[in-house]
Design a protein around this ligand. Structure first.
Ligand code: VG1
Ligand code: CO
Length: 542
């Protein structure tokens, strides 16, 4: 029986950079998840009888919210729901499943790189029929609906068994429990030369992949160990756990420290990588050679043609504004357009749909292509492996040649976490207020050439997104960018992105901290970070 349940709006359900993310305890309030799911459905038109995809990264609350979604989808008139077995679907696999099944859309349950568990984070994100995160006009409509909602519809029924493959019915709707890995692994085989990678591994090439007890475990074991022949144990922390084994599933130099240390050890494997909670991010570390995500994007774009799926070349490259300009130089050399978008994958969807870009990336360890409409961690690892298998070089050699060709963009991101929200807002307001006066002045970073608050006009639908981050550009091409995170669930996080370009005949072998020190100082001077936050150093440097 379909129940209509009376409810009241929650005033904190505005989707952020990537869906709605809150503490688990917030989601556990009566009606909280239901309100949001109903608000999503209420913002859509024409899904009667259509297919919805549901799955998540296995974190705490995943199974409970899946049952809610199934019963609400049935009560709202969907014809079919595809759910990953055990409630598991990595974000890129969900994107692929939406596309390959012709679904109307999907709900991805994840708080991505945020920790999981009863005291940690949960999230819900709606993806549209192209497989990508809902664009801003949809998330704005969802938010508006959360503020006026007064009831939701849910089927009164027992829980569906989501651990056994196959079909059942729920009210008038079909529920199909699908293998979360198979379709995705097959897609990967169409893009990359698995034979060449397998031969490289058989020849003694060694790799280590850290799934961080998050969603990529089953995908990585199937692909790297079973299909590519890497020895058992190549994939570490391979079982998705509801609390990620108390780890923070963010593949950066702080939280993937174990991998970093292994890759810097004398007996390091040839190649190391890690992914995040929901499998859309990637960290690449070669033997004794860390690769910044911005450089990784540039290298992948420059070499993508070596993989079968990209042999015809790229149509364009897109990167988020704070991502370094390393990819710009590759686009220039290839003679293809470079698009600069705001932070968040939702801005790449239109460019990919329009065939204006093939490869996209963000400095936050996200890279992907037009094979799906999300960033894709395992995809990036496979493209790296395919490139190494063809070039028969180490990661360090590939990087050295890349910089010798294009120059080097020294790059780091400094995060100041857990700032009181009003202090963070005051810092940004002061910075914005001083922008006009900056050009023509000189500080520790050098002479300021230009300063603005980034606004993006989507070339496909002319929609405009403003206030996407403050950028300060220096005469020598260096850059400092400031923005507040849109994925956190506690206080505010200030992100400061620092970049310095050194041409190919310059000093390419500096230590990053040393190369960027004057710009770090300039960031302090311009934003008075210590004055506003009381912090004299960042909490995380990546
Ligand atoms: C962060 C990253 C951004 C990324 C987003 C979602 O957003 O900076 O590049 O797209 O997380 O990634 P923010 O607003 O906190 O800076 V994921 O892997 O959490 O879906
Ligand atoms: Co993620």
């Amino acid at each position: 029986m379909i129940q209509t349940v009376a409810t009241k709006p929650f005033n904190d359900q505005k989707p952020g950079t990537s869906g709605l993310r809150k503490k688990v305890r917030v989601f556990q309030q009566p009606h909280y998840a239901e309100n949001f799911v109903q608000s999503v459905f209420d913002s859509l038109e024409g899904f009667e009888g259509e297919t919805l995809v549901v799955g998540g990264d296995g974190r705490y609350l995943n199974r409970d919210v899946i049952q809610i979604v199934l019963k609400m989808a049935a009560a709202n008139g969907f014809g079919r729901v595809l759910v990953g077995r055990g409630g598991i679907l990595s974000t890129p696999a969900a994107s692929h499943l939406i596309r390959s099944s012709g679904a109307f859309g999907g709900l991805v349950l994840s708080a991505s790189h945020n920790p999981g568990g009863p005291d940690e984070d949960f999230g819900i994100k709606y993806n549209v029929s192209n497989g990508g995160p809902a664009p801003e006009k949809v998330t704005d409509a969802i938010h508006a609906r959360t503020l006026s909602i007064d009831s939701y519809r849910i089927l009164e029924a027992g829980d569906v068994d989501i651990d056994a493959l196959g079909s059942t019915t729920l009210g008038g709707m079909t529920v199909e429990v699908v293998d979360p890995v198979a379709g995705y692994a097959e897609l990967m085989e169409t893009l990359f030369d698995f034979g060449a990678i397998r031969a490289m591994i058989a020849d003694g090439f060694t790799l280590s992949f850290d799934s961080m007890s998050a969603v990529t475990g089953p995908y990585a074991v199937e692909i790297f160990e079973k299909r590519l022949g890497a020895p058992a144990g190549t994939v570490r922390n391979a079982t998705p756990l509801p609390d990620f084994g108390h780890h923070h599933p963010d593949p950066n130099l702080v939280h993937a420290r174990e991998l970093y240390d292994r890759m810097m050890a004398p007996d390091a494997p040839d190649f190391g990588a890690a992914s995040d909670g929901d499998g859309d991010r990637n960290l690449i570390i070669g033997r004794h050679c860390y690769v910044t995500p911005s450089d990784s994007l540039a290298v992948l774009a420059a070499n993508a043609h070596l993989a079968p799926g990209y042999a015809a070349g790229l149509k364009g490259i897109a990167r988020s504004m704070p991502t370094s300009g390393a990819a710009d130089r590759v686009a220039e050399k290839l003679g293809i357009p470079l698009h600069e978008t705001p932070t968040g994958w939702k801005f790449f969807g239109n460019l990919l749909d329009a065939g204006m870009a093939t490869i996209c990336g963000e400095e936050s360890a996200g890279t992907g292509s037009d094979h799906v409409r999300e960033k894709d961690g395992i995809w990036a690892v496979l493209l790296w492996l395919n490139i190494l298998a063809v070039r028969r070089q180490s990661v360090a050699q590939v990087m050295a040649e890349h910089w010798a060709t294009y120059g080097r963009n020294y790059y780091a991101r400094h995060d100041y976490e857990g700032i009181a929200k009003d202090r963070a807002d005051a810092l940004m307001a002061a910075l914005r207020g001083g922008l006009e006066a900056l050009p023509g002045t000189t500080n520790s970073g050098g002479a300021v050439k230009a300063a603005d608050d980034f606004a993006y006009s989507d070339p496909t639908d002319q929609s405009v997104s403003r206030n996407q981050g403050v950028r300060v550009l220096f005469e020598d091409g260096s850059r400092v960018v400031f923005r507040l995170s849109g994925t956190g669930t506690e206080g505010a996080t200030l992100r400061v992105y620092i970049e310095r370009y050194v041409a190919k005949d310059g000093d390419l072998g500096l230590e990053t901290g040393e190369a960027l020190a004057p710009l770090v100082k300039a960031a302090q001077e311009m934003a008075d970070i210590t004055g506003f936050t009381g912090m004299d150093r960042p909490s995380v440097i990546t």
